[in-house]
Structure formats: C-alpha cells, structure tokens
Design a protein around this ligand. Structure first.
Ligand code: DGL
Length: 253
C-alpha cells in the first residue's frame, strides 16, 4: 500500500494532491504544510534549502520506513532545493516545477507567460527550464504573493475572492499576444476559475498537476494497493491557524 507524503508551504499542494488522489484513490496520504514560513516565495534560496533539509530529517525520524514517496508540491521549494535535499534521503522525491515545456509546445503565438512566486519567477532553475524547453518562445515572467494569500483565504474561509483576484491580475498585465499562461505556483490552480474568468478564452491556463499524478502513479506502480488498509488523510502544519475546516496536527520543523 503506497504511502505518499505531499508537502507545500501552505494549502497550494492540495491542488497537486487532488490530482494524485484521483489517479491513486486507494493509496495513503500525509499532507505537510510549512505555514510557519509562508510565503516561501519571499524567502531566500538558503532559507528554503535549510527548511527542506529539516523537513527531510523530520520525515525520516517521524515516518521512518513508512513513506514510499515524497512530493514537493511547491514550485518555489522544488526549483530552489530539489537537488539539495535529494542528497539526504533514499526516499524517492518528485518535485513540481513550472510547466514551461508543455506550454511552449501548446503555444501558437510562441508567446507564453509564467505566473509564479517572486522566487520561482527569477531563479536559476526556472531560467534553465526556459532555455532548455522554450528557446523558440518569448517568455514573460510575472509574479504575485497576493494570489498566494487569496488562495489561502478561499481555501480556509471559503470566501469569494474573485474581485481581489481580478484586481491583482489587472495590475500584473499579461502581454496581448500571449496565448498560454503557466500557473507556476501550486496555489494558483485553486484560483483557476477566477483567473480563467478574467482572461476568458484567449488564454489557455496550464499547471503541472496531471503530469505529476502520472509520474507518481508510475513510481509507485510496484506497490500493492490494498483498499482494506486505506487510512484517512493525515494533515500536518508547522504553525497554528484557524483549522476549523480540517483536523490538523502540529509538526515542528
Ligand atoms: N505553493 C508554492 C509554490 O508552488 C509557494 C507559495 C508561497 O509560499 O509563496 O511556489
């Protein structure tokens, strides 16, 4: 029975988790969010690498032998720290990085835009994705921390955030000829409806959720799926907040 641990700074990773759960409904899941340090998009590379190292140590100590796969469901953490943390564990790690490659393939105008956190939109890993997979495209880089906050608010409080999302997107201003927008932060698919209603049909939105679910399914395909030993989703956070929506335990990092 595969046990998959999904990690993000906040609830953004649930947008990836739901794709994986759809592909592998019988697997067991643990979700860990580092909300004590949210937003990751404003942290330095060194801070993120240290934090993720602590996460790996914690997972190894707390869930030793129980976790089959870790999904870093955070573009910021993956682009900054994936190579770094792989040195510290034997557990396979799947990272989530911006869907630049499929976006470049889908684009007809050869103008694509990335909407990510400030950290992801400017870091070296993202630049290398662009030069490797989108050298035939003009790539526009946009970032927003406000959208991360709005996704958190929508998820936890169930509030309508459409006006604030549209306000933020009108400030961001995507180039008119752009035909594909990469949602390069796992919080943003939570706002997919609000984002799509702002741009209408002239812009295709793409994220990494489906591709990650496919990859995870492949990597755990040798594990026996036994529906009878299915456990409920365990949810951990690194700081208290109003968790009335879900049962959340505290995990100190
Ligand atoms: N969900 C995260 C990402 O994919 C980070 C959001 C944040 O903490 O800034 O980049």
């Amino acid at each position: 029975m595969p046990h998959i641990l999904v990690f993000d700074s906040g609830i953004g990773g649930t947008s990836i988790l739901s794709h994986i759960q759809n592909s592998l409904p019988a697997a067991n899941y643990t979700y860990v969010m580092d909300n004590a340090l949210l937003p990751y998009g404003l942290q330095s590379e060194e801070t993120i690498q240290n934090r993720l190292t602590r996460l790996i140590n914690k997972v190894t100590a707390k869930f030793f032998g129980e976790v089959d796969l870790i999904v870093i469901a955070c573009n910021t953490a993956s682009t900054y720290a994936l190579a770094h943390i792989r040195q510290f564990t034997q557990i396979p790690i799947v990272g989530v990085v911006p869907a630049i490659k499929p976006a470049a393939q889908m684009s007809r105008s050869k103008r694509i835009a990335l909407l990510a956190t400030p950290a992801t939109s400017k870091n070296k890993y993202t630049q290398s994705l662009v030069s490797e997979f989108a050298s035939d495209c003009q790539v526009y880089f946009h970032h927003s921390t406000e959208l991360v906050k709005l996704a958190e608010r929508k998820f936890w409080l169930g509030e309508s955030v459409i006006e604030q999302v549209h306000q933020e997107l009108s400030v961001i201003g995507v180039n008119n000829l752009t035909d594909v927008l990469v949602l390069g932060c796992t919080h943003f698919p939570i706002l997919a409806e609000e984002i799509a209603s702002f741009y209408g049909s002239k812009l295709m939105l793409i994220d990494s959720g489906a591709a990650i679910a496919k990859r995870v399914s492949f990597l755990v395909s040798n594990k026996i799926i036994n529906e009878e030993s299915k456990k409920p989703l365990q949810f951990f956070a690194t700081a208290m907040c109003d968790f009335s929506k879900l049962e959340v335990k505290i995990l100190e990092l």
